[in-house]
Design a protein around this ligand. Structure first.
Ligand code: NAD
Ligand code: UDP
Length: 345
């Protein structure tokens, strides 16, 4: 192993963002241990990496301590879609809080640098717009989104306490809505919902009046931001917002998806979920100044790639739960993902 090659651990590595991160680290010659309990991740997302000798998959839940030897830890494990994180809210809190404690403990023992995938949800339904890192947020601590929002806020607290108390080298990214290929078809987040609905000619489900805003970052841009943050000097001010400052109403997004897919879909208006933030836009001055990072992919361009991905998935009639082609019937005793590695679902 060369001096520049790192032994990295990616929790949530089979998820949407995690799979792109694993790929990026492998492409740069690093070793990657992908740790995942496959709650929302999929084998399909990492299938193309399984033959790489520097890639390992470990089925493990981050709420349980883990003993491995690594140089760098990327903590991404946690369902990100409101539909999924609200299905078992207690589990969501445990993943965020106990997962952070276990990974920080691992970082302390192995003297690793550790990255936390925090979220714009720490700003809640914000009174300050756009949101700078200095804003403390407006979060309902007892609402249905709290398991995620407060879980992530507590994880940030732990990261900064481990830094102060144990001098751990921490990197905390506050991620704003990110989209792209490999989101799950049944993920429930707005971009994948609208695209899948449009491609199926089904009604586009707008929650509320559709005038709430979000800023959508393409996955390639985000992963470049992750890597820049991990490689930045230790005294880089933390946390750092990562997202695309382009701000769109949800209705504008629906119109764009309908136009780009050529769908005949109508828009239907459904009740707005409780505590759904009315506006969201990152102030990315810190990332620009300290990481030299800003997103490059415009929404239309990113949607093009994402629509192409889902179009292919739906054309091939891929199973929603696993995103594996339905048609494949493995012969008895056949190991679908090759030997020597943990089998994912
Ligand atoms: P995702 O749901 O696709 O991926 C999450 C991964 O974590 C999945 O593979 C899941 O199986 C795994 N996981 C969940 N609980 C686990 C546990 N207890 N132990 C081990 N693995 C577990 O979501 P994503 O969009 O890839 O998000 C990745 C991270 O980025 C999450 O921490 C999320 O909160 C954060 N984030 C994402 C966005 C976004 O827009 N994509 C925005 C803000 C923050
Ligand atoms: N949304 C919608 N229709 C959907 C899914 C989501 O109108 O089918 C809205 C949702 O109410 C929110 C926004 O789109 O205002 C973004 O939702 P998402 O779940 O993607 O992420 P959030 O930023 O709310 O965590």
């Amino acid at each position: 192993m060369s001096a520049a090659t790192k032994r990295t651990l990616v929790t949530g590595g089979s998820g949407f963002l995690g799979s792109f991160l694993c790929e990026s680290l492998l492409n740069d010659g690093h070793e990657v241990i992908c740790v995942d309990n496959f709650q929302t991740g999929s084998r399909q997302n990492i299938r193309h990496l399984l033959d790489n000798p520097r890639f390992e998959v470990l089925r493990h839940d981050v709420t349980i301590p883990l003993f491995v030897e690594v140089d760098e830890i990327w903590n991404l494990a946690c369902p990100a879609s409101p539909v999924h994180y609200q299905t078992d809210p207690v589990r969501t809190v445990k993943t965020n809080v106990m997962g952070a404690i276990n990974m920080l403990g691992l970082a302390r023992r192995t003297k690793s640098k550790i990255f936390q995938s925090s979220t714009s949800e720490v700003y809640g339904d914000p009174f300050v717009h756009p949101q700078p890192e200095s804003y403390w947020g407006n979060v309902n601590p007892i609402g249905p989104r709290a398991c995620y929002d407060e879980g992530k806020r507590c994880a940030e607290t732990l990261f900064f306490d481990y830094q102060r108390q144990y001098q751990i080298d921490i990197r905390v990214a506050r991620i704003f809505n990110t989209y792209g290929p490999r989101m799950s078809q049944n993920d429930g987040r707005v971009v994948s919902n609208f695209i899948v609905q449009a491609l199926k000619g089904a009604p586009i489900t707008l929650f509320g009046d559709g005038l709430q805003t979000r800023s959508f970052c393409y996955v390639d841009d985000l992963i470049a931001g992750f890597r820049a943050l991990m490689d930045a000097p230790e005294d880089t001010p933390m946390p750092v917002n990562l997202g695309n400052p382009g701000e769109f109403t949800i209705r504008e997004l629906a119109e764009l998806v309908i136009e780009m897919t050529g769908a005949q879909s109508k828009m239907v208006f459904l009740p707005l979920p409780q505590d759904d933030p009315t506006q969201r836009k990152p102030d990315i001055s810190r990332a620009k100044e300290h990481l030299g990072w800003e997103p490059k992919v415009a929404l239309r361009e990113g949607l093009e790639a994402t629509i192409a991905y889902f179009d292919d998935l739906l054309t091939r009639d891929v199973d929603v739960a696993t995103q594996s082609p339905k048609a494949i019937q493995w012969p008895k005793g056949h190991r679908a993902n090759g030997g020597g590695r943990a089998a994912a679902p």
